[in-house]
Design a protein around this ligand. Structure first.
Ligand code: COA
Length: 153
């Protein structure tokens, strides 16, 4: 059975193993475990109780920032990341506050075609490019593309 729900503290060890499996340059355990808490809306996608994907999203004032998303390599290109982000967008839009979240921002490596296609397919727009923002595995730098999604009702 497939479910999407809040990523809890108890999920972090399993989710961090997925982080290490999914990214060429994964976050450290300290970074992964510290990107949780009150200011975050982090979701997990499970299939038969196993974490197959997660997303890490920080809320600051009326903006949300998607810091991380990953889907298990064996479950990619089946629409799961899109489903997870659609759920995140739905949750962000349903936050009941006097200052609703207006936009969802993200940064992505210029070479990350899969992620860029995912974000375009959801309706994110490219805002700008940050030159030489990311380190690469071979010790060089790579540009970041900054994208945003407007959360209007
Ligand atoms: C990026 C990532 C999350 C996409 O997950 P996914 O579950 O495979 O994506 P989906 O199946 O939901 O695909 C969504 C859209 O992107 C496209 N897409 C996804 N991966 C693609 C690929 N490798 N090549 C071409 N298109 C791709 C799909 O065709 C789909 O487009 P459509 O809606 O027009 O059909 C996954 O590849 C991943 O975990 N990568 C490693 C971690 C990473 O780079 N995270 C993002 C930066 S933090």
């Amino acid at each position: 059975m497939k479910t999407i729900s809040i990523l809890n503290h108890n999920d972090l060890t399993e989710a961090f193993a997925l982080e290490q499996l999914c990214h060429t340059l994964p976050w450290s355990k300290t970074t992964f475990f510290s990107n949780q808490g009150d200011r975050y809306l982090n979701l997990k996608l499970t299939i038969d109780n196993k974490i197959i994907g997660f997303c890490i999203c920080q809320l600051v004032a009326d903006e949300a920032n998607l810091f991380n998303i990953a889907i298990h390599p064996e479950f990619r290109q089946k629409g799961l990341a899109k489903e997870l982000l659609n759920k995140l967008i739905e949750e962000l839009m349903s936050i009941n506050s006097n200052k609703p979240i207006a936009s969802l921002w993200l940064e992505v490596r210029k070479s990350n075609d899969a992620a860029i296609r995912l974000y375009h397919s959801l309706g994110f727009n490219q805002i700008t490019i940050r030159k030489n923002y990311y380190p690469t595995v071979d010790g060089k730098q790579e540009d970041a593309i900054i994208m945003a999604y407007t959360l209007t009702l």
